[in-house]
Design a protein around this ligand. Sequence first.
Ligand SMILES: Nc1ncnc2c1ncn2[C@@H]1O[C@H](COP(=O)(O)OP(=O)(O)OP(=O)(O)O)[C@@H](O)[C@H]1O
Length: 545
Amino acid sequence: MPVVESNASNSEDYSSEGSETGSEGSIDAPPPPIPKIVANWWLNENLGSGYSGSIFKATHLHTHQVVALKVQYVNHECPTNRYERHLYPLLQGGVGMPKLYAAGVQGAWDYLAIDLLGPSLDSLYRKSGRDTMDLRTVCSIAIQLIKRLQFMHHRGVLHRDIQLGNCVIGLPPNDKIIYMIDFGFSKRFIDPYTGRHIPDMPSRRDDLEAAALMFIHLLTPRGLSWTRNGVPKTTDAHNRLKAEKRKATPEHLCRGLPSEFEEFLSYTRRLAFKETPDYDLWANKFRELAIDEGFKNPEDFIWPPPPMPAASAKTINTPLRMRTPAIPRDEMADILNNLTNLNLGAQPILGDRTNIQEALRRAKEDAQFDSTTELEKQRTQSKDTIVISSDSESGPAPIRYQAPKALRLNQLARRGLNATDNAALSKLVKEFVDVLQMNSSRTLTREAFTFLDVLYKQLDDPSVFVTPQRHQSFNEQVPEKEPAHVKLGVVARLRREVMLVQSNKALAALVADFAKVTNKSTGRTVTKDGFAFLEGLSERLKALQ
Ligand SMILES: Nc1ncnc2c1ncn2[C@@H]1O[C@H](COP(=O)(O)OP(=O)(O)OP(=O)(O)O)[C@@H](O)[C@H]1O
């Protein structure tokens, strides 16, 4: 069936707009009751009603095709169907974009026949009675929504009404896919005649900012404050709400959440009016976040969330903002037991069960790096492997556990603190490069900055005892964004200089520059030059014994 067709002999095709004026009623007259049949579509149950119209499940009288029919009174003051029928054709063919089967006006009724879909995210969330949505679900929403916006923007259309009620899931078997609906406020932002961005209107960054706030809302117990009391009813209330929104910094809104959410919101706010957002980068970041948390197929929206394997349940099902770093006593005993059995190859082994003091010291160090839950997480990770062996030769075969990126970076930082010569540091830098290349995002995360900070301090003045903290100095630099070419220039210079320096102190200065410039760059991604710099650093450390 063609994407858009006129499907009724007694209705007017969507392209024949002139006939709208000939319809029943005047602007002020109240709408007549909606008939049982509109343009050969038999209306079944009502699926939802918005300000400007109603949506019905409808069956075609002759073909028996079942669709969602969006019906609107032609004289409605907000004639969104009239706009939507021109936007749907621009969006056909994209994943998560409802198909438009027919559109037109019959009598007093302006209709659109589109794919019949499932419930909205808003209704799923409300019906679940939960305080927050789980991280896995929010990551899947984030990945899908960013991709939907990428598609729409690529077709030159802004959504302009991003909210939970306008994201619906498909009907089985498409119930893992999120669809965008309600293009009543959508607009073209590219002028079809000039091919240029239309000035003085919202732009792509606004859609993305709304999406970022939606993700944060879902992870905030009871939601973001300004969404709690509904639409403000007085001017005062409206102004209060606007002020509240203005005051809400990304840092404040995202306290206690994985850093990706704060970084994404800040990113959307830093985008220039006409700038094309880096959709792939952010979809990947949310994919990796989910994978780092132990989830498989993070892109699929699965509702209700499947039960987590026992090992990950503590980190995932606990509302994020309520997480406490403390570990219950009996769990700590288990962790210590595992620690005593860790076989870390050439690294100092924690020893047998008699060496409890050493195990305790290391467990405390792990806790300082905020990796106390990582021992749990590693069971579900996919990249690196740590062998946890039994303590007796005749015991069961070694269990292979997978170590996530964050855990490995924290381990590297801890080993950095204990390194006493350049050869050891050189090896650590080499491993650091390997860990960064573990997955596609190649981003400097908090843990990566922590490692660089330890490295810097060891090179700059190894006599000073370093107490690692989660927020390290590089990470706390106020990230003023610099144009990409500035960053590229600096890193290319660092890459050349690292081969020439003659002292650890000079290397420390280069490490500091590298961390700073990457921290200021969009996405904090390590470029080719960045990796060449790190590899050169590892080589130079070997040479400067
Ligand atoms: N294709 C569809 N299949 C199933 N249900 C749908 C479909 N489209 C919309 N709905 C349901 O109808 C509700 C209203 O839809 P929609 O937002 O498109 O209408 P609207 O009149 O533009 O609403 P509003 O005035 O709130 O913007 C949705 O929240 C959803 O629950």
